[in-house]
Design a protein around this ligand. Structure first.
Ligand SMILES: [Zn+2]
Length: 135
């Protein structure tokens, strides 16, 4: 009869060897959150982007990320702001109907560009410990 060929795969063929490389625990380097710039659609670390929120219908820069709710992320770059405006990316990202005035954000970018790192926005209500929605 035909010989069964079942027994003839060589021992230690490698497929079932125990030395499977295990991905292992992630080293204690925390990966920074990544967001997408609404202007150029490039992904970047959240630290490199400016968070923008809507407060009372006004587009407001939120560099300290303390406003709750939905935020849009933008490179602190007038070019990206310009692109976002053209594509009405802010209303879309923030789920706000209609156009949004980007004057505040533009002014913020101007200040940032001039090197005055002092962000002097002091909104009346300081929201502490609020979970920022990672939108
Ligand atoms: Zn950008």
């Amino acid at each position: 009869m035909t010989a069964s060929r079942r027994g003839d795969h060589p021992p230690g063929c490698g497929l079932h060897s125990a030395t499977v490389p295990v991905p292992g625990p992630v080293p204690a380097r925390r990966t920074p959150p990544v967001r997408t710039c609404v202007g150029c659609r490039t992904r970047a670390e959240a630290d490199d982007l400016l968070r923008v929120v809507v407060v009372d219908g006004v587009l407001t820069p939120d560099p300290r990320r303390r406003f709750p709710g939905r935020g849009a992320w933008l490179h602190p770059d007038p070019e990206c702001l310009h692109r976002a405006e053209r594509r009405s990316a802010f209303p879309r990202a923030l789920r706000v109907p209609g156009k949004l005035d980007t004057a505040e954000v533009r002014a913020h970018l101007h200040r940032a560009r001039e090197g005055t790192s002092g962000v002097r926005d002091t909104p009346g209500s300081v929201i502490e410990e609020s979970k920022v929605d990672p939108s």
